[in-house]
Ligand binder design. Structure first.
Ligand code: PHE
Length: 342
């Protein structure tokens, strides 16, 4: 009797583990367990050997076992039939789908793509470079003399000093890296994040974004630079925008200029955004300094080029009416969600 019960326990786990699929599997199960020569019948036959005072108990156990086998058989049969006729999924495909909340583009990303795509239409291709940079690509190759104030520890985040590794202060490092590759002509647009050791306030941050451009070929002139930037401004701000160039200084360009556009808020009449001048400075530019070309093994007698660089935050603030630069990096979803579809 004890042995019989132990044996039943083994059969029970066999039944539970049985997983031969399809109608065939179900039929095989039926023959093995429930058929005329099946296990249940055989066990019933054992009944006569069970002592009479145990018959009731054994009968009950056997009955439960039979029910387990039958239930398992029904499940296998149903699954087998469903597989056999290849029923389709029981979902109503005509119902509308679940709506998952999608993210929104960051206003800086949107503005960067707007700027980049205008230059792409002029044949510029995107180039990127490292944010952790060496002294050569961020400063020396760009003709920044050793004691130039921009190298001051106050402006630059140094990671190490000897050798100097730093967080790039502008994306001009990409221009050097591309020129060093030696493939000319070169027409690139370089977006990226830059770092300067500045006090964080509503108007300035210790990191921000730039888009710089570079064009090197034979006979590139300042007129080409003006025309390119003029095209950009019209695409970006509309046909009625006015432009002016002011002489300026950058170590890596000569001559250098800064470009202003007529203030988009007051249309030139004067407001507190343009500090009542009617003009907004939007970028720096100039003809690539011959020394910079030489540093990259480009013959300045044969090739000339222009470069320009602009921030992304300021145009984004103007366009979306954002008055605090810190909002861009605080990741407050209430702020970010307002830029759906821009
Ligand atoms: N690198 C300059 C800056 O970070 C911008 C610039 C680029 C100016 C190219 C002139 C030419 O301010």
């Amino acid at each position: 009797m004890e042995q019989l019960l132990a044996q039943l326990e083994v059969y029970r786990s066999e039944i539970e583990a049985y997983n031969i699929p399809g109608a065939e599997g179900a039929e095989k199960f039926r023959i093995t367990y429930l058929g005329t020569k099946g296990l249940v019948k055989t066990l019933m036959g054992e009944m006569k050997n069970v002592p009479s005072d145990k018959k009731k108990e054994f009968g009950q156990v056997l009955n439960e076992f039979k029910q387990l086998a039958e239930a398992k058989y029904n499940t296998l049969k149903e699954a087998g039939e469903a597989g056999g006729v290849q029923q389709g999924p029981t979902i109503d495909l005509s119902l509308p789908g679940d709506i998952f909340p999608v993210g929104t583009r960051h206003p800086i990303s949107s503005m960067r793509s707007r700027i980049v795509s205008i230059f792409q239409r002029l044949g510029f291709s995107v180039a990127e470079g490292p944010e952790i940079e060496d002294d050569w690509h961020n400063f020396t190759a760009l003709n920044l003399p050793e004691h130039h104030p921009a190298r001051d520890m106050q402006d630059t985040f140094y990671i190490s000093t000897d050798p100097a590794w730093l967080l790039r202060t502008h994306t001009s490092n990409i221009q050097i890296r591309e020129m060093e590759k030696g493939k000319l002509p070169l027409r690139i647009i370089c977006p990226g994040r830059v770092y300067r050791n500045e006090t964080i306030s509503a108007r300035s941050h210790c990191f921000f974004h730039q888009v710089e451009g570079l064009y090197i070929d034979e006979n590139v002139s300042f007129a080409d630079l003006k025309q390119t930037l003029y095209f950009f401004v019209q695409e970006m701000y509309g046909n009625d925008v006015k432009v002016r160039f002011r002489p300026s200084y950058f170590p890596f360009t000569e001559p250098s200029a800064e470009m202003d556009i007529s203030c988009q808020l007051c249309k030139g009449a004067g407001c507190n955004v343009c500090k009542y001048t009617g003009w907004l400075e939007i970028l720096g530019c100039g003809m690539v300094h011959p020394k910079v070309l030489e540093h990259c093994n480009i013959d300045p007698e044969k090739y000339t080029g222009f470069a320009f660089g602009m921030g992304v935050e300021r145009p984004a603030m103007l366009k979306y009416g954002i008055t605090d630069i810190r909002l861009f990096s605080e990741n407050d979803v209430r702020f970010l969600k307002q830029f759906r579809g821009v």
